[in-house]
Design a protein around this ligand. Structure first.
Ligand code: HPA
Ligand code: ZN
Length: 326
């Protein structure tokens, strides 16, 4: 209980959050009804029961299905506003949110509809709660680089609201090298660069993300620890890892949170952070992730403070804003 209160009171940033992964079953039903979309579940309980995953792909199949209820600007707004209210309750002061435009444009939803709904909620949260935000557009790596290039083209009118690009979806078989050209173009446009790497994929994918995509941050990065030279490099370069404990457990990246590498990461001097990834699907928002990993590894207050500080250090806030939080 004492630890719970301590975690709750820590000001923190969340750096790894897929907004479509914050769609709670209750809102899924509401939007399905609002938009006349059929969903293959009879109740909220049935939806939750379907959230049993053996690996990343099991989850992705149901994640892409779930986002099918999102149609209008209001839907994207309501989704984002609900997440921001939860984040505010967890004492989150800054968020860097991923969205998956290709998951929507493929269904005929306009890129501008998605951006307008998300950014309206972000603006409201800054006014109401003082939560600042960055928006990161992810490319789906199971699709082609040409498809990613077309998505970047669609984003050009909205670059005043997009701070970075990322890479998500099915990792194994879709290495960062597949997207080298589109990330080079994104970089030339001044966008920050992140990529999911080393969640299910090998350490070589983390090397590629660093050397070929020139990432500013690695999402997950767990498997980096299999490569001591890579681990030393990540520490020396101060590359932030956005670690997601409950996600790792639910997607069987770890068998047991007691075997989670977070403490090893901190011990190796890595800028590791704690994040919720897809909280509706993985069973908890950011404080629940801190709590679960702190309980499993018996993390000290000093370690929890380091994790919360790392979330600002690793953020894309400017130095002045970082200094205000640190
Ligand atoms: N990994 C890859 N793709 C994703 C994830 C993830 O954890 N969440 C949403 N898309
Ligand atoms: Zn993720």
């Amino acid at each position: 209980a004492e630890r719970t209160a301590f975690i709750a009171g820590l000001p923190k940033a969340e750096l790894h959050l897929h907004i479509e992964g914050s769609l709670e079953p209750e809102l899924m039903f509401e939007l399905a009804q609002r938009n006349g979309v059929a969903i293959p579940f009879a109740s909220v309980e049935e939806v939750r029961a379907a959230y049993a995953f053996a690996n990343l792909q099991d989850f992705l199949d149901i994640y892409y299905q779930g986002m099918g209820v999102l149609h209008t600007e209001q839907d994207f707004h309501d989704l984002t506003a609900a997440y921001l209210a939860r984040a505010h309750a967890d004492h989150v002061r800054h968020v860097e949110i991923f969205f998956d435009p290709q998951g929507h444009t493929v269904r005929g939803i306009a890129f501008g509809t998605v951006i307008a709904g998300i950014t309206r909620a972000l603006d409201e949260a800054e006014t109401r709660h003082g939560i600042t935000s960055k928006l990161i557009m992810c490319f789906l790596r199971h699709l082609s680089e040409a498809d990613a290039e077309a998505t970047l083209d669609e984003a050009l009118p909205y670059l005043d609201r997009i701070d970075g690009v990322g890479l998500d979806s099915s990792e194994v078989g879709h290495p960062p090298s597949k997207f080298q050209r589109v990330f080079a173009r994104a970089r030339s446009l001044g966008l920050k660069i992140v990529a999911h790497a080393g969640e299910e994929g090998p350490p070589a994918y983390v090397h590629e993300a660093l050397d070929l995509l020139k990432v500013d941050r690695i999402d997950h990065g767990n498997r980096s620890l299999e490569d001591p030279a890579l681990t030393r490099r990540l520490a020396a370069e101060g590359i932030c890892l956005t670690v997601c404990p409950l996600s790792n457990l639910k997607l069987c990246v770890v068998d047991d949170l007691a075997a989670h590498p977070l403490r090893v990461m901190l011990g190796a001097g890595l800028v590791a952070t704690v994040n919720s990834d897809d909280p509706s699907y993985f069973g908890g928002y950011v404080n629940a992730n801190y709590q679960a990993i702190a309980d499993a590894l018996d993390l000290s207050r000093a370690e929890l403070i380091t994790l919360a500080r790392n979330s600002f250090t690793g953020s894309f806030l400017d130095d002045e804003a970082k200094a205000r939080h640190l």
